[in-house]
Design a protein around this ligand. Structure first.
Ligand code: ATP
Ligand code: AH0
Length: 379
């Protein structure tokens, strides 16, 4: 398969901004990293997205666009076009150099049990604004076929593990707004090939909260968007009784694969705690949920590679070390991008779409057969 330059765009559940990343890939075993960039959302932009998040659970149909969603969708499309143009300017690439863009959009609601997963973003408008073909709406086909619609990054994790010389099994933990785990249990090279098998070699699932609960708590208590370097949590004490109550949520006993809405968990259980103790307890909740997730794997991974914004929180990574009985390796130690990995993944998934390769698998989303997701928009 031909190697193509692709750009990926990820606006995740943390709603901090748009990660932009370029890779050169054949959509299978070849991946060469290009540059990455963050186009941060302003406070006013975050408000527009938050308003859409509030309204979205009332949707009956994923195409419905009440005013809050319509406004947020225009904002998402326009800011992504701005981000791509800024990235082209900064990197010196011409639009004509780029074969395809993978545009995740902004998830505002995810309820696969109701057949609903809603990502805001107009792929055709973006393609026209930047002059590059765009693959978007990656999750709908998987949900329509009976899958969870998430996580979708695992096949990219498998491609990166295949290039590494790590002993298997390996697990990759992404700590975004929600946390998710990928398990690579056997020769991953086979999995990224043309016909990945639907065996238990590649498993994935959302394992619990990531940063979103901590972020929301921090914003409500201090007015700051997140617990910088985990300082609040480091100054507090974990309330073990509250933690046990949080871990009693039925989600943790559900078999894998499984996925989560950003707002699946409530932080009400820490309302009576001090700001420091609340932050410590929610941070421990994220770590404990990862440990529970690892226990659902068929084998204990030799290595747990940690990526996503939560990898920058030393209080959280310290708690992971205490609670997970495995070697923890920051993604950056392997030369992987901590913050740009998901954006790279959507570039990879866009190339797979163009090549007609599946992006989700029975082991990663529970979809009955490997499924090609996404919609192609040509300018
Ligand atoms: N220095 C830091 N200290 C503590 N937390 C941090 C730090 N840097 C980033 N974070 C956390 O990382 C979050 C951003 O993570 P990330 O960009 O991976 O999220 P995302 O792309 O929205 O995720 P996803 O799509 O996987 O849900 C911030 O909201 C914050 O909680
Ligand atoms: C529905 C949705 O947008 N889910 C996100 C979210 O953020 C992290 C986790 O929950 C993961 O399942 C997924 O994103 C990543 C990019 C994925 O699909 O792999």
């Amino acid at each position: 398969m031909a190697r193509r330059l692709a750009i990926g765009l990820m606006s995740g559940t943390s709603m901090d901004g748009i990660d932009v990343a370029a890779i050169t890939t054949d959509g299978a075993g070849f991946v060469r990293f290009g540059q990455t960039m963050l186009r941060a959302y302003t406070e006013a932009e975050k408000q527009v997205i938050r308003a859409a998040l509030q309204v979205a659970p009332g949707l009956q149909d994923r195409a419905e666009r009440p005013p809050e969603l319509a406004l947020a969708e225009s904002l998402v499309t326009e800011t992504h076009a701005e981000a791509v143009n800024a990235f082209l300017e900064a990197t010196g690439y011409e639009a004509t150099d780029v074969a395809v863009i993978g545009f995740h959009g902004q998830t505002v609601f995810h309820a696969p049990d109701r057949g609903l997963t809603v990502q805001l973003g107009d792929g055709l408008a973006l393609a026209r604004a930047v002059g590059v073909p765009v693959v978007y709406d990656f999750r709908a086909a998987d949900v329509a076929a009976g899958g969870e619609g998430a996580p979708l990054v695992p096949i990219y994790h498998a491609a990166l593990v295949a290039r590494s010389e790590l002993p298997l099994p390996v697990a990759v933990l992404n700590i975004g707004g929600v946390a998710n785990i990928t398990y690579v249990g056997r020769s991953p090279a086979e999995m990224v090939g043309i016909e990945p098998e639907a065996g238990d070699g590649l498993l994935a699932f959302d394992c619990g909260p990531g940063n979103a609960l901590i972020d929301d708590f921090c914003l409500a208590r201090t007015g700051r968007a997140y617990d910088l370097d985990g300082r609040l949590a480091a100054a507090g004490r974990v309330d073990e009784a509250v933690l046990a109550a949080l871990m009693a949520h039925p989600f943790f006993d559900r078999p894998i694969p499984k996925s989560l809405d950003r707002n699946a968990f409530s932080r009400a259980a820490v309302d009576h705690l001090s700001t420091e103790d609340g932050a410590a307890t929610l941070t421990a909740f994220t770590a404990a949920a990862v440990a529970r997730g690892l226990a659902q794997l068929p084998e204990r991974p030799e290595t747990l590679i940690v990526a996503g914004g939560g990898a920058h929180n030393p209080t959280l990574t310290g708690m992971l070390k205490l609670r997970c009985n495995t070697a923890i390796v920051p993604a950056a130690d392997l030369g992987w991008s901590t913050d740009g990995l998901e954006a790279q993944a959507f570039a990879y998934l866009a190339v797979r779409h163009v090549a007609g390769l599946p992006i989700s698998f029975p082991g990663t989303t529970g979809v009955p057969v490997p499924t090609v997701g996404g919609v192609l928009a040509v300018p």
